[in-house]
Every structure is written in C-alpha cells, then in structure tokens.
Ligand binder design. Structure first.
Ligand SMILES: [Fe+2]
Length: 418
C-alpha cells in the first residue's frame, strides 16, 4: 500500500485567502495528525528548554517535541543531547521524572542502559546464562547494540536556548529563524547567562494554533486585558510594529510605551485611571534595562513551538505542547540573568504575576482560547475573520492589523498542502 493511501484527504480551503480561516483547521483530528508530522517532526526546530535548566553533567529535563516525549541532557563534555524517551527494547517511556541527574539512563522494565548520548551500553543477560556447563538463552550472536540506541535528535543552541529536531535534514537554526527574527532573539539572549526563576504549567482546552494566533494578534490586548489598560501598560500612544520572517511563520510584536511626557530612565508607570491604584505597587515597579534598546515589550512567536516574551521586566519562554486537536499544555519558564541584582530578580518575579495560568493578564487568554474552541466545535462548517488591516500580508508600523495571523496561515497552507 502506498503512503498516499494511508494519509486521509485533507479538506479544501474554501475561502478566497487566509483572511478567513475555516473552523475545521482547529477541529479536525486528521489535520492535527498531519500538523504533527509536517510541522513538529519535520523541517522545523522545536523549543526544548534553557541550558540553565541542566548546568551539570548528567542533569536532564524531560519535555516534548510535538507529542513525542524527549529528554534534554548535559553530557560529560558539556554538550547537550536530546534523545527520545522510548526504550530501544520494548518501547517503554522509561523516564518518568521531570528533572533529575543521572550517570546513565536505565529503563526499569529490563534494565537496558544508555549513556548520556543515548547509546545502548548495557543489556542484562545479553550472553545468556551458564547452566549445566552450557550457555543458554541471551540475545542472538549478531545483536549489535549500536543499532538499538535511543533516537537522537538534532540539537541547536543559541544564547542559552536549546532547540531540537527529529529531521536530520532540517536547515541550520539561524536560517530557520531568519535574520529579521534573529535580531530580536539575540536582543533577549545576548550571551548573558540565564537564571531560571520558576515555572507555570497549564492545560488549555483549545487547539494549539490559537496560542500562536494570540501572540500574533495585537488587536485584543487593549480590549480584552482590562488590567493592561487600567494600569497604563497598554496605551493608545504606544509605538508599535509587527514584523515577520520571510516565510511569515515567525513574528514579533514590538511595542514601545509612550512616554507621556515622563522621564525616560525609569518608566514610572502609573494607573491610567488615576483613581485606581494597586494595593501592592510592586507589580508595576518597572525599571528600564539597557538591553531593551528601545522597545518596552517584544512578543515573539517561533513557529510552531514557542513564544518568547519580554513584557517590561518579565521575561519567559512559553512552550506549546499539543495533546490532541483540542488541547495543549502551556509551560512557562520564567527566567532572569545571572548578573541581575537581587532587586531586579525580585522585580522580575513580581511582574511574573501578570502571566501564567492565573496571571492578571494571561488568565484572560486561556479563557478566550477555550471558548473559541467551543465555538468552532459547534459550527465546524463556519470560518473566522482575520481581515483587520486589509487582506494583504505585510509588516506594519501599527497594531491595528491581523496581518501576522494571515501570514501564518499562508505558510501553514503551503506546508500542509491545503
Ligand atoms: Fe492576550
């Protein structure tokens, strides 16, 4: 049977362009399976973590690429390997801990043992047992451990961030991200050592693409996130830009807070509604940092797996981990820099309260994604609108556009063959 016969036919894109997106793009199980193959397992680099999460030899973190469980591990040479969490013997997901330190990986089922690069190094009873003066059982004579190691992924490291790919032919990471986005990536990961401050985990009952779209949608923050508006973090006089890579898959929303006549060194952000004040003013204790180099917020989407967030002093990675067409886990890693002062670390931690599953701002996004998915499921023959700012796909110097969403779906259609 040919490969084609195994792949279900995809629906036809029955809209003139990507300014209208069929609901089935979010509700079809077949589409989701193909997205995993064509976007997460082939041709793309997926985020797996920060080097700072595994500083010492043998330190590991269990995570995922798409829906496949993988382990990111530091080896004795200081290298970082990413191996699939599936034993070469009976296929068990042998690693159960989220983080840890090991000398080697051992599958508990039959104690098969792998080094930190995933090479098989030990098979109990490989040469059988001696019984009545004869060797009995064991693996066949031609058993070659080299053929039964863990699947080793391609690994790319830049600025302390680690990406992996199952695709041996994936383009170099720098080409994947492209020069336009690389500048913003390097702004945030400029060589300073990172320091992990903590995690948030949440499961959002919606299609994973909705999270990408949320961070390609500058239309909603000033309307949905009343907290942003009330306390002056989102204002009409913010200067904004929307930029994409040449494939329109990755994007950055760049905004610079209007000074409103105030001094530039410290952006003493006060309440937009002067009558409303926070009981704890530390959440808005913003200090301008030299590396910002202008923008006070840059939100990047690196398609398909990660969002890189700088919102004033809060910096984090947000890892999208799909599980089925209608759900994904969203894992936030809040970090700072090793040379931060204790006051800056405290400031970053306080501002992290705006984000995560119960964040003053981000709680809203989890809910609207859930409710969007509910709308799609009840009316799968319908479509969404993304016509704000016209139907073209182009970088803009304002925020009143859905151009980044149109761009992402243009790329999505091309790769998916829809
Ligand atoms: Fe939002």
């Amino acid at each position: 049977m040919s490969q084609e016969n195994l792949i279900p036919l995809l629906p036809v894109w029955d809209q003139p362009d990507t300014s209208r997106i069929p609901f089935w793009a979010y509700t079809s199980k077949d589409i989701h399976k193909q997205e995993l193959e064509k976007l997460f397992y082939k041709g793309h680099w997926c985020y797996v973590g920060l080097e700072a999460e595994i500083p010492e030899t043998g330190d590991f973190k269990r995570t995922v690429v798409g829906e496949r469980s993988v382990i990111m591990v530091r080896d004795a040479q200081g290298g970082i390997n990413v191996v699939e969490n599936v034993c070469g013997h009976r296929g068990m997901q042998f690693c159960r801990e989220k983080h840890g330190t090991v000398k080697s990986f051992v599958c508990p089922y039959h104690q098969w043992n792998y080094d930190l690069e995933g090479n098989l190094q030990g098979v109990p009873f490989r040469r059988g047992v001696k019984q009545d003066g004869a060797v009995k059982g064991g693996m066949p004579k031609d058993f070659n451990p080299k053929e039964h190691g863990l699947t080793q992924l391609q690994v790319a490291r830049r600025g302390g961030v680690v990406f992996a790919s199952f695709d041996a032919d994936v383009e170099p990471f720098e080409d994947f991200i492209g020069p336009e986005m690389l500048a913003y990536f390097d702004r945030m990961f400029n060589g300073r050592k990172l320091k992990v401050l903590g995690y948030n985990n949440q499961r959002i009952p919606g299609n994973w693409k909705l999270m990408m779209e949320n961070i390609k949608d500058p239309y909603h923050p000033g309307l949905l996130h009343t907290w942003f508006v009330t306390f002056g973090l989102w204002r009409a006089d913010n200067r904004s830009e929307l930029k994409m890579d040449r494939h329109h898959r990755h994007a950055a929303m760049i905004s610079t807070k209007g000074e409103g006549g105030k001094n530039a060194q410290t952006t003493n952000i006060s309440s937009f509604k002067e009558s409303m004040q926070l009981n704890d003013p530390r959440f808005l204790d913003v200090e301008m940092e030299p590396w910002w180099n202008g923008p006070t917020a840059v939100m990047m989407t690196l398609f398909p797996s990660v969002i890189l967030q700088q919102q004033v002093n809060s910096v984090s990675t947000r890892h999208i981990q799909p599980n089925g067409h209608g759900s994904f886990d969203f894992v936030w890693t809040h970090f700072g820099y090793e040379d931060d002062t204790p006051e800056m670390t405290e400031r970053r931690l306080c501002q992290a309260n705006l984000f995560g599953p119960a964040g003053f701002v981000s709680a809203d996004d989890g809910e609207v994604i859930e409710f969007s998915q509910q709308g799609f499921e009840q009316k799968p023959f319908h479509r969404t609108l993304a016509e704000l700012g016209g139907r073209d796909i182009e970088d803009t110097d304002h925020m009143v556009s859905e151009t980044l969403i149109r761009g992402m779906y243009k790329y999505w259609r091309k790769v998916m063959g829809v």
